[in-house]
Design a protein around this ligand. Structure first.
Ligand code: ZN
Ligand code: ZN
Length: 148
């Protein structure tokens, strides 16, 4: 799939405001799609449409730092040392999945790893579904669980 096709399809499931912080959206609006990585968007499309097949919520109401984060985001500003989260690189999102716990969602993704177009990382032991496509150094697994 081309990047254009991926974005056209994923727009059936997500508005850009859900996937980027409020600061980014305020400045770039719809053009904010440009900051999201193609492998990440393709992976998110497959996870939403083919694997979980259930509504996924990223940013909502006052929660605005669950997708792309920028230098103005409080979560970023409060860091006292180098911070290069996949959330800053346009390769990550934290999701709530309708009618499913985060652990259920992680398990379903592991069981359907063959459908994923790219390797994926998931944060373990948290109540939200963090997925990202950072190609972590020396990690070969298709699905890699990490703890922050
Ligand atoms: Zn921000
Ligand atoms: Zn996260």
């Amino acid at each position: 799939m081309t990047r254009k096709e991926i974005i056209n399809q994923i727009r059936q499931f997500f508005d850009i405001e859900e996937l980027v912080c409020n600061h980014t959206f305020a400045k770039w609006g719809e053009a904010s799609w440009q900051f999201l990585n193609t492998d990440y968007l393709h992976t998110l499309l497959v996870v939403r449409r083919d694997i979980l097949q259930s509504p996924m919520t990223c940013n909502y109401s006052l929660m605005r730092q669950r997708g792309l984060r920028c230098n103005m985001c409080p979560l970023v500003q409060e860091k006292g040392s180098v911070y290069l989260s996949s959330h800053l690189l346009g390769k990550a999102g934290d999701f709530t999945v309708k009618s499913m716990t985060a652990e259920d969602a992680r398990q379903k993704i592991r069981q359907n790893a063959h459908l994923l177009p790219h390797p994926i990382r998931m944060e373990e032991g948290v109540t939200w579904l963090h997925i990202d496509t950072l190609p972590q150094w020396c990690v070969e697994q298709k699905v890699y669980g990490f703890r922050a």
